[in-house]
Design a protein around this ligand. Structure first.
Ligand SMILES: Cc1ncc(COP(=O)(O)O)c(C=O)c1O
Length: 416
């Protein structure tokens, strides 16, 4: 007889709150921020962080910005695309992966994923048209995209390859760190492996992309040491102010020292949880290629909903009632599903009451109601996910396994 689930009035696996701080900040971070304030914001932490973060990736340039969304926007703006240009991207990602390209008047074209939850190169290639300018490779949850195949496609079709590394700091594709395969890469420092309560960065070794990116994040002004140094003070093209705050940069610099430890702990915890439920045969973890390094910003499973006879939403809700905050399907409740089902694209609600840029110089406007990515819909509709924290203790991971097993046993026993 399966145990009574907490959602049905049983005793939850976890009595104490599970959610500790999503990240670890300490005295060194407080001191780093205080130093900036004491100086009257005259420090040069931004440049120091840009150098350190670029050096960590063995790339030439870093451009620190105020969020991951603005980082990806800056990557796109660095190409200086024309209105209506198409950019191929996964629909299973944060809106932050595509908001910038829409603000730059480009059009997201969605390609399907496989069981790594990252872009399927065959589907990417089938979506290329004469208007395609770029591909955005999102390393979802920390699992790397197939960067060899995507690089090859980008080269053959003369496209720019952007990496969205927001969730995947220090992940590795076949031994190489993500962010180093594309032409330009964007990072977020919200609740991520490297975090400072917000902020973002762009990395590239491409000189012309860097020049446009570093100008774009600073209103295209002619700053000392910048690409327009020495020119009269003026705004040289349309660009926002996306500069990172000195205090955020200072905390990021301080956090860099501890980043390796945070990531290693998440990976270790993920392996323990995966190992603890593998014999059940109904929870399949996100597939990781041999020789790739998934850094487990989020731990994700696809459920065998047929055998369990329940939805991913019900399963996640039952595990959450046990005191372990699983989301599902996909992020949060995932009711909206892929980005092409989100109201800002389906209504669409972009610029006023028109359809721009979806109808720009085209006979038929792009209609997201018609878009389907069948593999991803099938897979991600059965997904449950746990946001990983550096502070996960062995008691925490044990409780995660116990809760998953309890709920799986209940449904496998055929209880309604
Ligand atoms: C893949 C991805 N890209 C972009 C972003 C946007 O980052 P931010 O929230 O810092 O703007 C996020 C945020 O979580 C993300 O997960």
């Amino acid at each position: 007889m399966a145990e009574t689930l907490a959602i049905h009035g049983g005793t939850p696996v976890r009595q104490d709150p599970f959610e500790g701080p999503s990240h670890h900040y300490g005295d060194a971070d407080v001191e780093a921020a205080a130093e900036v304030i004491r100086s009257g914001f005259t420090t040069d932490k931004r440049e120091a962080f840009e150098r350190a973060f670029a050096a960590r990736h063995e790339l030439r340039h870093g451009v620190a910005v105020n969020s991951g969304t603005s980082a990806i926007h800056t990557c796109v703006a660095a190409l200086n695309p024309d209105p209506g240009d198409e950019i191929i991207v996964t629909p299973w990602t944060s809106g932050g992966s595509i908001i910038g390209l829409l603000l730059q008047n480009c059009i997201p074209i969605f390609a399907d994923i496989d069981d790594t939850y990252t872009l399927d190169p065959v589907d990417v290639e089938s979506k290329i048209t004469s208007r395609t300018r770029a591909i955005i490779a999102v390393h979802l949850f920390g699992n790397p995209c197939p960067m060899d195949a995507l690089r090859d496609i980008a080269d053959r079709h003369d496209l720019v390859l952007i990496e969205d590394c927001a969730q995947a700091h220090d992940s590795e594709f076949q031994g190489g760190r993500v962010g180093t395969f594309g032409d330009i890469a964007g990072y977020s420092f919200g609740i991520k492996h490297l975090a400072a309560g917000g902020g973002g960065a762009v990395l590239t070794s491409n000189q012309s992309l860097w020049e446009r990116a570093v100008l774009f994040r600073d209103a295209a002004l002619p700053r000392p040491d910048g690409p327009l140094e020495g020119r009269p003070y003026a705004n040289y093209f349309l660009a926002p102010n996306y500069k990172i705050n000195e205090m955020t940069a200072a905390v990021l610099l301080s956090q860099l020292d501890r980043l390796d430890g945070y990531i290693e702990r998440k990976i270790e915890a993920a392996y323990t949880i995966i190992g603890g439920v593998s014999d059940l045969g109904v929870l399949t973890p996100q597939r990781v290629r041999a020789r790739d390094r998934h850094t487990y910003w989020v731990l994700s499973f696809t459920l065998d909903t047929e055998r369990l006879n329940c939805s991913a939403f019900d399963f996640a809700e039952a595990v959450s009632a046990e005191g372990i905050p699983f989301m599902g399907p996909y992020i949060d409740s995932g009711r909206e599903g892929p980005l092409y089902r989100n109201p800002f694209l389906t209504k669409p609600d972009l610029y006023g009451s028109g359809r721009f840029p979806l109808d720009y110089e085209r006979d038929n406007p792009v209609d997201y109601e018609q878009v389907r990515c069948p593999n991803g819909e099938e897979l991600m509709g059965r997904g449950i996910n746990l946001l990983m924290r550096p502070s996960l203790s062995s008691q925490d991971t044990e409780d995660v396994v116990t809760a998953l097993r309890k709920v799986a046993d209940y449904y496998l026993a055929g209880s309604p």
